[in-house]
Design a protein around this ligand. Structure first.
Ligand SMILES: Nc1nc2c(c(=O)[nH]1)N[C@H]1C(S)=C(S)[C@@H](COP(=O)(O)OP(=O)(O)OC[C@H]3O[C@@H](n4cnc5c(=O)[nH]c(N)nc54)[C@H](O)[C@@H]3O)O[C@H]1N2
Ligand SMILES: Nc1nc2c(c(=O)[nH]1)N[C@H]1C(S)=C(S)[C@@H](COP(=O)(O)OP(=O)(O)OC[C@H]3O[C@@H](n4cnc5c(=O)[nH]c(N)nc54)[C@H](O)[C@@H]3O)O[C@H]1N2
Ligand SMILES: [Mo]
Length: 561
C-alpha cells in the first residue's frame, strides 16, 4: 500500500539494499525500520557503525532514534512543512545541484516559489521541530554526496500522502541525489510480494510494468496481445471500492486480504458487506472476512508453491515448494486458472514459469528475466535473482535506477502546499490516534497469532499513551480503557509511554478482538486512495484498573524515561 507515486518514472526503491551500508547520510522518515524491515535496519546500523549520519523523522521515539544523530519528532501529518522548509534552506543557501536541475529536471521554479514561504521558524511552530535542527538536517542532506532517503507508511498513509512523496522527491531532485549508488529515494515495500503484485499490474491504473491503462499505445498493445477489448479508463482503487461496496459493487473476490481487519472504518464496511450478493475469499486460513464469505477457496501458502517474489529492491527471486499443501488447497495460480477456464477461458499454463513469461513478454523492463535465468544466478555467492530493469537475456539487471538519466526523461518537480490531516483533535476527541505494526505480529496476524511464541511475546491489544495525557484522565499504567472515535470504539490496555508525543496515542492494528480499524478514518489520498491510517481524532476513558501481575509492556522497544 505504500503509494506508488514518484516523479522520476518508476515506483520502487531507486537503490539496492546492499548499498545502504555505504551511505554517509540516511534520512529515515515515517519508517519504523527495525520492527517492520529488520534486515534493512541491519544495513542502516552497519552504516551508522561505519560513521554515517542517521536522522529519523518520526512522531514516535522508535528503536532507530536510539542510534540517530537527530530525532525530528514532528507532529503527525506535518511532513510537508518539514520537507518544504528543508527545501527552503537548501535553495536559500544555494546548496542545490544546478547542473542536475538544468539537465535532468523540469518545473523547478514552481517549487522554488512555493517553498519561499516555508521558513524554518514557521515550520517549527507547526511541526514542533526546532528551526536550527531543520537547517542542520537540510545542510547535511544537501552537502553529503551519498545521501539516501528511506520512507514507508508514516509518509504515505495520509490524506496528503502523495504530497509527502512529492515533497521528498523535490529534495532528491534539487540536490541531484539520484542515479548514484547509496543516494536516492527508497520506499520500503510492505508485504513480501507487494512489489511483484504491482509490477504484474495488480492495480487499477497499470498494465504490467507500470504501463498506464489510459495510455492509448499501451492499451492497443495489450488488446492485440490478449485478444480482448480493454477499457481506456482506470478502475476503482481499493479505497473507492470499499466505499461503493453494497451500492455499485455487488460481488467481491478477495484474495489474500483480511479486509475486515485491515481496511479503515471497518464497521461501515461490515454493514456494506451485508448488502452485497456474493463474496468469495481465497485464503489459507479462516480470518475475520471469512465470516461473510459465500465461498472459500483454500489456498496454499508461500512454502507450498513455486513461483517468484519480487522485493523492494526490484529483485525477482524464486520461491520453491518445500511442503505439499494440505487437503484440497491449491496454489493461487492453479485456483485462478481453474476459475478462468470455468468462466470460458482456455488457459493451459503448465506452471508458474510459463505464466511469468506471459507476464513479461510485453514489458521491455522485465523482458530479460525468466525462471531459467534466475536459476543460473542461484549459485553465485551473494547473488540470488535479478533486479529489473532487465531489458534483454544478456542484460545483467540494474542495481540502482536512473544511472543513465531519469527514467521518466526529466524528473518532474511538483510544488506542494501543506494540507492538514482531515480529522484533528477537538473538545470531544482530544487526542491524535496513530496506528501501525509491531515486531511480533504480521498485519492481520492471521499467521503470527497461530504461533505460540509470538503470541506469548505479545498477546493482546493495547495503546501507548503519554503519562501526562493518561493522568489527566485518571488512567494508570496497565488499566483497561475504551478508545473512541467518531466511527466506533474498542477496549484495550493502556500503557504509559514517553515514546509517543504528548497529545498522541498509538495502537497496533493486529488484534481482531480490538480492531484499530473500527476507529480509523477512511478518507483516502486523492491520487492513490491510501487511507489516513496515521491520523484521526480519538478520546480515551478508563474502564477498570489493570491487574498488577500482567503489567508487562508488550512492545519490542520500550524504555521508561
Ligand atoms: N513485524 C512486522 N513487519 C512488517 C509488517 C508487520 O505487520 N509486522 N507489515 C509489513 C507491511 S505490509 C508494511 S506496509 C510495512 C510498514 O512499515 P512501516 O511503515 O515502517 O510501519 P508502521 O508501523 O506503519 O510505521 C510507520 C512509522 O511512521 C511513523 N509515523 C506515523 N505518522 C507519521 C507522520 O505523520 N510523519 C512521519 N514522518 N512519520 C509518521 C510511525 O510512528 C512509525 O514509526 O511493514 C512491513 N513489515
Ligand atoms: N490501522 C491500520 N490498518 C492498516 C495499516 C496500518 O498501518 N494501520 N496498514 C495497511 C497495510 S500497509 C497493509 S499491506 C494491510 C495488510 O492487511 P492484509 O493484507 O489484510 O493482511 P495480511 O495479514 O498481510 O494478509 C491477509 C491475508 O492473506 C492471507 N495469505 C497469506 N499468504 C497467502 C497466499 O499465499 N495466498 C493467499 N490467497 N492468501 C494468503 C493471510 O492468511 C491473511 O488472511 O493493512 C493495512 N491496514
Ligand atoms: Mo503494507
Amino acid at each position: 500500500m505504500a503509494g506508488l507515486v514518484n516523479t522520476f518514472g518508476a515506483g520502487a526503491m531507486t537503490n539496492s539494499i546492499g548499498e545502504i551500508r555505504d551511505a554517509d547520510f540516511l534520512l529515515v522518515i515515517g519508517s519504523n525500520t527495525s520492527e517492520a524491515h529488520p534486515i534493512i535496519a541491519m544495513e542502516m546500523k552497519r552504516a551508522v557503525r561505519r560513521g554515517a549520519t542517521l536522522v529519523v523523522a518520526d512522531p514516535r521515539a522508535i528503536w532507530m532514534t536510539s542510534i540517530a544523530e537527530k530525532h525530528l519528532q514532528l507532529k503527525p501529518g506535518t511532513d510537508v512543512w518539514l520537507l518544504n522548509a528543508m527545501a527552503h534552506v537548501i535553495i536559500e543557501e544555494d546548496l542545490i545541484d544546478h547542473k542536475f536541475i538544468a539537465g535532468q529536471t523540469e518545473n523547478f521554479d514552481a517549487v522554488k516559489q512555493t517553498v519561499a514561504d516555508y521558513t524554518p521558524e514557521q515550520a517549527e511552530q507547526i511541526t514542533g521541530v526546532p528551526a536550527d535542527v531543520i537547517r542542520w538536517t537540510a545542510r547535511r542532506y544537501a552537502s553529503t554526496a551519498k545521501a539516501g532517503i528511506y520512507y514507508v507508511l508514516g509518509i504515505t498513509e495520509h490524506s496528503h500522502g502523495t504530497d509527502n512523496v512529492y515533497a521528498l522527491s523535490n529534495l532528491v531532485l534539487m540536490t541531484g541525489h539520484l542515479g548514484k549508488p547509496s543516494s536516492g529515494l527508497n520506499p520500503l515495500r510492505g508485504q513480501n510480494n507487494v512489489q511483484g503484485a504491482n509490477d504484474a499490474g495488480a492495480s487499477p491504473v497499470f498494465y504490467p510494468g507500470y504501463q498506464r491503462v489510459d495510455d492509448p499505445a499501451a492499451r492497443a498493445k495489450y488488446e492485440k496481445s490478449w485478444g480482448v477489448s480493454l477499457s481506456p479508463t482506470p478502475g476503482l482503487n481499493l479505497n473507492q471500492m470499499m466505499k461503493t461496496t453494497g451500492n455499485k459493487i455487488k460481488a467481491f473476490y478477495v484474495m489474500g486480504e483480511d479486509i475486515l481487519l485491515s481496511e479503515p472504518n471497518v464497521l461501515h464496511l461490515e454493514r456494506a458487506l451485508n448488502n452485497i450478493e456474493f463474496l468469495v475469499i481465497q485464503e489459507p486460513f479462516l480470518n475475520e472476512t471469512s465470516r461473510f464469505a459465500d465461498v472459500i477457496f483454500p489456498a496454499a501458502i508461500y512454502a507450498e508453491k513455486d513461483g517468484v517474489f519480487i522485493n523492494s529492491e526490484r529483485r525477482v527471486q524464486r520461491v520453491r515448494k518445500a511442503v505439499q499443501p494440505p487437503g484440497e488447497a491449491l496454489a493461487d495460480w492453479e485456483i485462478l486458472v481453474q476459475f478462468a477456464n470455468r468462466c470460458g477461458a482456455d488457459w493451459n499454463f503448465p506452471g508458474p514459469a510459463e505464466i511469468y513469461n506471459e507476464m513479461v513478454k510485453d514489458v521491455p523492463r522485465f523482458a530479460g528475466i525468466s525462471h531459467e535465468r534466475i536459476e543460473q544466478t542461484q549459485h553465485v555467492p551473494g547473488l540470488s535473482g535479478i533486479q529489473w530493469p532487465c531489458p534483454g537475456a544478456n542484460h545483467p539487471g540494474t542495481k540502482y535506477l536512473h544511472a543513465d538519466g531519469v527514467l521518466r526523461g526529466k524528473g518532474l518537480f511538483q510544488a506542494v502546499q501543506y494540507r492538514p490531516s482531515m480529522e484533528l483533535p477537538d473538545t470531544d476527541y482530544g487526542l491524535i490516534l496513530s496506528t501501525g505494526r509491531t515486531l511480533y505480529h504480521y498485519n492481520s496476524a492471521t499467521q503470527t497469532r497461530r504461533e505460540q511464541g509470538l503470541s506469548t511475546k505479545q498477546s493482546e491489544a493495547y495503546i501507548e499513551i503519554h503519562p501526562r495525557d493518561a493522568q489527566k484522565r485518571s488512567i494508570a499504567h496497565g488499566d483497561r480503557v475504551q478508545v473512541k472515535t467518531r466511527r466506533g470504539s474498542v477496549h484495550v490496555r493502556a500503557f504509559y509511554s514517553r515514546q509517543v508525543r504528548s497529545g498522541c496515542i498509538w495502537m497496533p492494528f493486529h488484534f481482531k478482538e480490538a480492531r484499530a480499524n473500527i476507529l480509523t478514518n477512511d478518507v483516502g489520498d486523492s491520487i492513490t486512495g491510501t487511507a489516513e491510517y496515521k491520523v484521526c481524532a480519538a478520546e480515551v476513558t478508563k474502564l477498570e484498573t489493570g491487574k498488577k501481575d500482567t503489567l508487562l509492556f508488550p512492545g519490542a522497544y520500550f524504555v521508561e524515561r
